[in-house]
Design a protein around this ligand. Sequence first.
Ligand code: AG3
Length: 275
Amino acid sequence: MKTTEIREFHTPTSGIFFRAKRRVLSEKTAFQKMEVYETTSHGRVLLLDGLVQTTEKDEFFYHEMLVHPAMMAHPRPRDILIIGGGDGGALREVLRYRIRSAVLVEIDARVIEVCRRLFPGLTSSFGDERVEIVVDDGNRFIRQTDRRFDVILVDSSDPVGPSAVLHQRDFYAALKKCLRPGGIIAAQAGAPLFHLEHLRKKRIFLKKLFSFALYYLGPVPTYPGGLWCYAFLSDRVDPRKRLRKKVPKKLKYYNSDVHHGAFALPEFMRDRRRR
Ligand code: AG3
């Protein structure tokens, strides 16, 4: 059988590879290069600019951990904003709650169109009546909207390319203005093994912006280093407190023990500048 090899380099000399059965799609959108491959081991794999964004096999590790800590810590999340996340995975998790509305702001309409066709397990929620899809630059959207949200999720890619701004101080300062009192932001923050310096700097500005600015961790087997970092940001809610709600049914990764364990940081990631 003819196969194609896909590789993502995590450093100049290491990375991850898949031997794909076939290439399902490869195109240059207005923003980035998008590829989808069919593999035996991981199902369909989506890459943007050569970086693995999602695989059908392990997407739940990431999407559940991006969404549930914030949704569970908030006493009553009603209106939700997702920045990025055009593959629909985060939205699917948000819709497990009794929310009023979810706005998804994705910069690249092609990501949405392609994922709708090729990743039905992720995008089934796009048709839900509570959902509004906006094709726009998230960084622009948050500066011009007067809507306010209870939970904001930042499902960006790495701090290079179109996602770079979504990792900067200015963006978080503007995002904070879109929160209702008591609101929570959860944002993917990168690979502790490879982005430690970036994470350290980011923690400094996040702590100045929010009373609670905490990193938490979860594995994502196909992402660089295998261990992924997320930021939990709020002025009111401490996610380490006991959860007061029932965890949605049928999750594959997240539960309340995982929630609390995720906020325990290994030695190399501890904040030595405790306030
Ligand atoms: N967002 C985070 C992707 C980061 C992957 N980085 C990498 N492979 N170097 C994923 C979007 C999924 N909804």
